[in-house]
Write a protein that binds this ligand. Sequence first.
Ligand SMILES: Nc1nc2c(c(=O)[nH]1)N[C@H]1C(S)=C(S)[C@@H](COP(=O)(O)O)O[C@H]1N2
Ligand SMILES: [Mo]
Length: 364
Amino acid sequence: MTTAESTPKGTVSMANLTREEVGLATRNHGILLEALRYPVTPIGMHYLLTHYDVPALDPAAWTLEVGGLVTGPARLTLEDIMSRPRVTQRVTMECAGNGRIAMSPRPLSQPWGVEAVGTGEWTGTPLRGLLEEVGLSDDAVEVVFTGADSGTENGVEQRYERSLSVANALREEVMLVYELNGQPLPPQHGFPLRLVVPGWYGMGNVKWLSRITVVDEPFQGYQQSHAYRIRRHADEPGIPVSRIRPRALMIPPGIPDFYTRERTVAAGPTTLQGRAWSGFAPVERVEVSTDNGMTWADAVLEAQRDPYAWVGWSYGWQAQAGRHQLCCRATDADGNRQPLHPEWNLGGFECNAVQRVVVTVPER
Ligand SMILES: Nc1nc2c(c(=O)[nH]1)N[C@H]1C(S)=C(S)[C@@H](COP(=O)(O)O)O[C@H]1N2
Ligand SMILES: [Mo]
C-alpha cells in the first residue's frame, strides 16, 4: 500500500503537545474549514466544546427550574417552553479559546487551531419574556445559568455554570434554544435546552440547562470568576471574556497534502472565499494578503443578512508559480481589527490573530 496513511513521516516526540491536549482535541472537534462554504453549518460539522461529559437527560422527566430573587418561581417542562413564543435566529458561535495553539508558551487546554466556530439556525424562545413573567426583584443583579453536567477543574468540583448581568439577560436576542437547524438539539449541543447569547463567545451559551437563578451579587462560580478571564498573571482578577472579536477565515484553496495540510493550487485565476464575523459590530471590511501580510487588498463582502451571523467574502487571485502565505483579516464597524500576531494571555483566550494558509503553485 502506498497511501499517505500507511507511510507515516517517521516519529516525533510529544514534548510539544501533551497527551491530555490530544485527548481533548479528539473529544472536542472543530469545523472542517471547507465547511465554511455553507452559510449554516450542517449539524455534526459545527464545532464542539464540552468541559465534562454529555449528560444523559430524559426529556419527559427534565424540567427547568426558575428561581432565586423572583416573585413567582417556576418549574417548566419542555412542552411548557416549546409552547412559548417561538423565534429562530442565525447565530455564529465561536469558542473563546479559538486560536490558542498559536500562543507561546501555549496555555494547556483544548489546543484549538482556528476551527472552533460554527453557525446555527437556533430556534427557541426569548429569555426576556420568561424573566418578565417570573418577575425580577428590585435587588436582582445577575442571572445564573446552571447546566446538568458536572466535573472537576483545577480540583474544584462543579456544575457548569455561567451568569449574565440583568441588563444582558434582558437583551432581546438572548434565547432559550431547543432546536438547531430545524432538528431537536443534538445531545452534544445541549439537549433538551440551552442558552444562546448572540455575539458572545461560546462559554456563555450554557448547554443542558437545568436551572436559572436570579441573584443579588456578582456570581463567583469557577467559570465566571476564575476561568474565562483575560490576565497575564494568576493572581490578577483579569477582565471577563465577553463579546467575540472579529475574525475572517478562508476556505483553504486547491487540494491538501494528507499529512501537512499544505495546499497545491493551479496557476491562473482563482477565487479565494471565506466568512467573517464580529460580536461587537457588523464586519465592515475583509482584506486579503497573498504575501504573508506585507500587502493587503480588499475582498468583496456579501450583504449582512443576520446581525449575529458571519458574512461571506470573496477575492480574485491570480495564482503565480511559487510558495505563498495567504492571509485574511476582518475589521468591524467599531474599528476592531485582527492583529497579525497573537496577544498572549494566561488562559489563551480571544486569540484572533490572522489565519495563514500556505499554498504552493506549481510551474505550468
Ligand atoms: N453545560 C455546559 N455548557 C457549555 C459548555 C459545557 O462544557 N457545559 N461549554 C461551553 C463552551 S466553552 C463553548 S465554546 C460552547 C460550545 O458549544 P457547542 O459545543 O454547542 O458548539 O458551549 C458552552 N456551554
Ligand atoms: Mo469555549
